[in-house]
Design a protein around this ligand. Structure first.
Ligand code: CP
Length: 337
């Protein structure tokens, strides 16, 4: 893939060297994300941030990433405040909004919708999640986090052993991460879910064809004894026919500190794309893990800003001159150095 001007719609577009380039640029964004320096490299540019499904992290971190590069953000959130409720097509919306924006990020509940939108857009479009299909930027920030967490123990992505837990059928972050992991060597994945919510078989086949060792299980404690990462997910209630149906699976694979202490290796990293469902009947990652130093879920969210800054810088072709348009910040910065 050539980043300049590209739509970012699926992990299928990425080769290993694209991921390396992205992560190198993300590393360079650290002083800006930490508010040590300010860059105005995207001064004058406008991001159209269009979220037709609920979001906290993806929407705000795309917006923050663009602001941190000096650009401005215009948002549409929800169908009810857009002309889609009047019957306007996604393609007409794209024809109009790409006249107002330099890049567009979009989340939509229908699979393939962001690609449909992008086909009529005059500017690059980034997929912030299209139904149960994919969430490519989440997978990229997840892998960036994995790389950082593994580096603490002098480990690489190659050789990773990972348990994916929860709703693997509808969990789009899992779908994208499985594709991304398939680019690396000697990966072992154990898929832990109720049998009704297993990973789509095409994704399992693709992983196995790429050389990933894939095991399938319904037993959480047996599956997390010998892995580097436990990647927990929420039951994707919004994809079920009814709340009652989702309730059948909620809380089936809870990880808490007692289970972690008994079954996990001491260095096992706990990840989750968030939001975690903290309601009593779900609680897939218990709050009693919050002081566990291996809980990486908030580091994941922070890394999302770095990775999205890097994507904007590469797609808009300014990665080489971010520092040129920068200066130190002038305000008091409470963040630890
Ligand atoms: N991880 C993620 O997509 O979070 P949001 O739904 O809050 O964007």
């Amino acid at each position: 893939m050539i980043f300049q001007g590209a739509h970012i719609l699926s992990i299928n577009q990425f080769e290993k060297e694209n991921v390396k380039r992205l992560f190198d640029v993300a590393d360079q964004m650290q002083p800006y994300a930490l508010r040590r320096r300010v860059t105005r490299v995207l001064e004058g540019a406008i991001l159209g941030n269009m979220f037709f499904e609920a979001s906290t992290r993806t929407r705000v971190s795309f917006g923050s990433a663009f602001n941190l590069l000096g650009g401005e953000v215009r948002e549409t959130a929800g169908f009810e405040s857009s002309a889609l409720v009047k019957g306007e097509s996604l393609q007409d919306t794209a024809r109009v909004l790409s006249g107002f924006s330099d890049v567009i990020c979009m989340r939509h509940p229908a699979e393939g919708s962001v690609a449909d939108f992008a086909s009529a857009s005059r500017v690059p479009v980034m997929n912030g999640g299209d139904g149960a299909n994919e969430h490519p930027t989440q997978a990229l920030l997840d892998l960036y986090t994995i790389r950082k967490e593994m580096a603490v123990n002098d480990r690489d992505i190659d050789g990773l052993r990972l348990a994916m837990v929860g709703d693997l059928r509808f969990g789009r972050t899992v779908h994208s991460l499985c594709k991304l992991l398939s680019l690396y060597e000697n990966i072992e994945v154990v898929l832990v879910s109720p049998k009704e919510l297993t990973l789509p078989y095409e994704l399992v086949d693709d992983m196995r064809s790429a050389g990933v060792v894939v095991k399938v299980s319904e037993d959480l404690t047996q599956s997390i004894t010998d892995v580097d990462i436990v990647y927990s997910t929420r039951i994707q209630e919004e994809r079920f026919g009814s709340k009652q149906e989702a309730d059948l699976y909620r809380g089936r694979f809870r990880l808490n500190q007692a289970i972690y202490t008994e079954f996990c290796q001491p260095n096992t990293v706990i990840m989750h794309p968030l939001p975690r469902d903290s309601r009593a009947d779900a609680n897939e990652l218990s709050n009693d893990l919050d002081n566990n130093p291996n809980l990486a879920i908030f580091r994941q969210a922070d890394n999302g800003v770095l990775v999205r800054m890097a994507l904007f810088a590469l797609v808009l072709d300014v990665a080489h001159c971010v520092d040129e348009y920068s200066h130190d910040v002038r305000w008091y910065n409470a963040r630890p150095k």
